[in-house]
Ligand binder design. Structure first.
Ligand SMILES: [Fe+2]
Length: 382
């Protein structure tokens, strides 16, 4: 057996009013903060003002606020980096969905490493930048506990990844009160992203006992709580369960990688602006059916974790229940179901399939797809 590296978690604060911990965390890490947030939600629901107050009361100056789009562009990260450098920021506080968190990680990385962002993709040994405190306001990406930042190169129509231990936030603050104002379609899409992380980590060729335990726990919790968290956003228990489970899913895939669903959803996002969770939700049942013959035992375990009874069934029958359960779950949620609904041009599918086949996530998928296989999968969703 060879040695494995398990990336352990940042300091995590979880539960109601966890946001209050941002003061002591930031004061321990720096003196001048840059806040990175999304376009508007944190202003509308008052959480941005609360965050500023908590930082200032703890003696941490807020030098500026950077707002990023839902798929953070390289330009936004460069602008944030210039501001942080000009103001001498020594701690970054990200409040928002995965976009804000990934942008903050990108800013930290660019502050510490020479060259432009595109040249840092695939570089191992990235230097450590200023610490990031990650405060998610959606329950999906798990970015607060991962060593990955996904950024969109709008010029190339391409989603690039920065990966490495130095991308891991120093602290994560998970406060379920912050997810209460998520619109239902955002709760649905981000929740399905989290479920995709857990399932892809569990089925990955890089799966290991550390990631398996996290992935299975996350699948069970999400199956039990996602529909309720979407349909009844005032249900604090369901929201808190989702926030915890998406963090476990993030830890799982940070240690085992994602797979073909992510390889296929990236071109949909980069070329046509399809929200990441929306694309994943659409692809997940189709890819599960494709993967099943390569990993029937694990797929049957996924079916069980999704709440399906498999007693008395042979392995092929038990394993088929996973894709069926995923189709049923997705159907309960307010999400689009076809490529046409989300504006994907079918003329682009062959190029998208080639790009997905070359993606690193396809290489660790339990079944290794050729571009033609991927094209066939896309066509099932036309
Ligand atoms: Fe994802």
């Amino acid at each position: 057996m060879s040695t494995r590296f398990f990336q352990t978690t940042p300091r995590i604060h979880y539960g109601p009013r966890a946001l209050e911990q941002v003061g002591p965390e930031a004061a321990a890490l720096g003196r001048v903060a840059l806040v990175v947030t999304g376009r508007s939600a944190s202003s509308k629901n008052g959480s941005l003002d609360r965050l500023r107050g908590l930082l200032e009361n703890a003696g941490v100056a807020v030098a500026g606020t950077v707002r990023v789009e839902s798929d953070p562009s390289l330009d936004s990260v460069v602008a944030g980096t210039e501001l942080a450098r000009a103001k001498g920021c020594d701690v970054l506080v990200a409040l928002g969905g995965g976009a804000a968190l990934d942008a903050a990680k990108g800013i930290s990385c660019l502050l510490a490493n020479p060259g432009d962002l595109a040249s840092l993709e695939g570089v191992s040994g990235l230097r450590q930048g200023p610490p990031v405190i990650a405060i998610p306001t959606t329950a999906g990406t798990g970015s607060e506990v991962t060593r990955v930042s996904v950024l969109t190169d709008t010029a190339r129509g391409y989603k690039m990844l920065l990966v490495g231990p130095t991308l891991m936030p120093a602290a994560a603050i998970l406060d379920p009160e912050l997810t209460a104002t998520m619109p239902p379609h955002v709760a649905a899409a981000t929740g399905m992203d989290a479920l995709t992380h857990a399932i892809e980590a569990y089925l990955s060729k890089l799966a290991n006992p550390f990631s398996d335990a996290l992935a299975l726990a996350a699948i069970e919790t999400i199956a039990d709580n996602l529909s309720l968290a979407v349909s009844a956003p005032d249900n604090g228990d369901a929201r808190a369960a989702m926030l915890y489970a998406q963090m476990q899913a993030g830890q799982a895939f940070s240690n085992a990688s994602v797979g073909l669903v992510h390889a296929m959803s990236r071109p949909m996002g980069a070329r046509f602006g399809v929200p990441h969770g929306v694309a994943n939700a659409m692809l997940l049942p189709v890819v599960a059916a494709y993967n099943r013959p390569a990993c029937p035992r694990r797929m049957a375990r996924v079916a069980q974790a999704l709440g399906r009874r498999t007693d008395g069934l042979d392995l092929p029958a038990a394993s088929r229940l996973a894709a069926a359960a995923l189709t049923e779950l997705a159907a309960e949620l307010p999400l689009p179901r076809s490529l046409a609904e989300v504006g994907v041009d079918i003329e682009a599918l062959p190029d998208m399939a080639r790009e997905a086949a070359e993606n690193g996530s396809s290489r660790v998928n339990p079944r290794r797809p050729e571009a033609e296989d991927i094209l066939e999968l896309y066509r099932k969703l036309v």
